[in-house]
Design a protein around this ligand. Structure first.
Ligand SMILES: [Zn+2]
Length: 158
């Protein structure tokens, strides 16, 4: 089993911990030595009551929910540098998370292909792609079973 498969499996496991009722997303950041640096999933910020029903309704829930990628970055303690780290995430990032990913120093994203018909994020996905391209973030796509992750590319050598 390749490291890519392991980390994507872990991202999928982490996604299952989300309490989001419609879309559970998980993210894992690993460093250049393939050591796990952080985990994150989508959910309300720490201390925020997620038993209040109204907060789970659209569009309110978008204002309460921290995305998996953001939680993964924000869960880092002690100003650990994310320079040149890789993020494995189970959903192609929205534009807001893409901004944070770029600013954090992460250089590689491993994620499924964006769903260009996604009702909520299809416009975001186009902007994310533009942002990643311009910022020099390398994106590897994995299929649904994430068996094809990053084959024949530099990730395999890491
Ligand atoms: Zn996002």
């Amino acid at each position: 089993m390749s490291w890519d498969d392991r980390w994507m499996d872990m991202a999928t496991l982490v996604a299952s911990w989300s309490k989001d009722r419609s879309r559970k997303v998980g993210a894992v950041i690993v460093d250049e030595r393939n050591i796990v640096v952080s985990l994150g999933w989508n959910g309300f910020p720490r201390g925020i009551d997620d038993t209040i029903e109204a907060r789970h309704q659209r569009p309110a829930k978008y204002k309460y929910t921290v995305h998996a990628e953001m939680n993964c970055i924000l869960n880092i303690r002690n100003h650990f540098s994310l320079d040149n780290c890789k993020m494995y995430v189970t959903l192609y990032p929205c534009a807001h998370c893409a901004q944070s990913i770029i600013q954090s120093g992460i250089k590689y994203i491993i994620a499924p292909e964006p769903n260009w018909n996604d009702a909520t994020y299809k416009e975001d996905f186009a902007i994310t792609r533009e942002l990643f391209y311009e910022a020099g973030i390398t994106v590897f796509h994995v299929d649904g079973e994430h068996q094809e992750a990053a084959s024949d590319n530099e990730l395999k050598r890491s």
